[in-house]
Design a protein around this ligand. Structure first.
Ligand SMILES: Nc1ncnc2c1ncn2[C@@H]1O[C@H](COP(=O)(O)OP(=O)(O)OP(=O)(O)O)[C@@H](O)[C@H]1O
Length: 289
């Protein structure tokens, strides 16, 4: 079953294109990392997915419903944590939990209260008096307490300390293992993603550079090392990245079929290496591919 489907989703702000022809299919129960450089269109994609923006063209469906036209039904199934995790600053944490309970049918007040107490966040403290990381923990607890089927998080790790990041990863894995929760989150922490996610979307210049199940993507790519090639190897669409030393050329290719030439060796690719190669890829090659 598909949790989130986008079809040729496009968003233009006046003269600039924030997202172009983005087609994605996120299976229910998956945890997807959305990666891309600053300005790549990640926040735009996330806000379109939860109905906070309307597309210029193309469509979004959450469990088969549009979050903008069938909003009540679709939105009751979505939890969203914005990048700046906005909270009512003058409300205490306990007030926020009460507010969450009164405005959401499925809100699990005790779950959120227990989680925040466990994290040492005083429930009687005003949100504005909490640290940035604590505020993001409160916003995350509120989003989870809604018991969403789709949880969309915009850079949830950004303001968390290393322990809190670890806690967050554990919590996310626990929440996914417990039920049918689907998670889509943006992150710049590419070295930490492999622990928590099973799907990946890399955005570059508003376009999907690569997307899919991580295991499948790793199986489709390999690193080839051989004698230095002076021709522009990147002209081939299957070559994602080419680097050269004095005597050797290293290629990251999306091609498991081609036979190895004499003197060349193949090895598997790590997730971080794969992501970085797609992020470095020049725009003309994306179009060619
Ligand atoms: N409200 C807006 N009006 C005009 N342009 C915008 C607006 N919001 C975003 N943009 C532009 O759209 C593009 C994508 O922005 P977006 O915020 O989606 O990127 P991002 O990948 O989330 O970046 P970051 O990693 O810095 O958060 C950028 O070029 C940005 O300048």
């Amino acid at each position: 079953m598909t949790a989130l489907r986008t079809t040729e989703l496009t968003k233009r702000y006046r003269r600039s294109w924030a997202l172009r022809d983005c087609t994605l299919d996120l299976p229910a129960g998956s945890v997807t990392a959305l990666v891309g450089p600053n300005g790549a269109g990640k926040t735009t994609l996330l806000r379109l997915s939860v109905g906070l923006l309307t597309p210029t063209s193309g469509s979004v469906e959450v469990f088969g419903e549009s979050p903008t036209t069938n909003s009540v039904r679709a939105l009751s199934r979505i939890g969203f944590l914005a990048q700046d995790h906005p909270l009512y600053r003058h409300f205490t944490v306990a007030d926020l939990l009460r507010f969450g309970r009164s405005s959401n049918v499925r809100f699990d007040h005790d779950l959120a209260a227990k989680r925040l107490t466990h994290l040492g966040i005083p429930l009687d403290r005003r949100a504005g008096a909490l640290s940035g990381g604590q505020q993001s923990q409160v916003a995350l607890a509120l989003a989870l307490a809604k018991r969403p089927d789709l949880l969309v998080l915009d850079e949830p790790l950004a303001s968390l300390d290393p322990l809190a990041r670890h806690e967050f990863q554990q919590m996310l894995m626990g929440a996914v293992a417990d039920g049918d929760l689907t998670v889509l989150f943006s992150s710049h922490a590419v070295h930490e993603l492999e622990l928590v996610c099973d799907h990946l979307v890399v955005l570059n210049h508003g376009r999907v550079a690569v997307a899919g199940e991580i295991e499948a993507l790793r199986a489709e790519h390999r690193v080839l090392v051989g004698p230095r090639v002076d021709a522009d190897a990147r002209r081939s669409a299957s070559v994602i990245q080419a680097t050269h030393s004095d005597r050797h050329t290293t290629l990251l290719v999306r091609d498991m079929e081609a036979p190895l030439l004499p003197g060349w060796q193949a090895s598997s690719v790590g997730l971080e290496e794969l992501i970085l190669a797609y992020l470095r890829r020049p725009e003309d090659l994306e179009v060619a591919a």
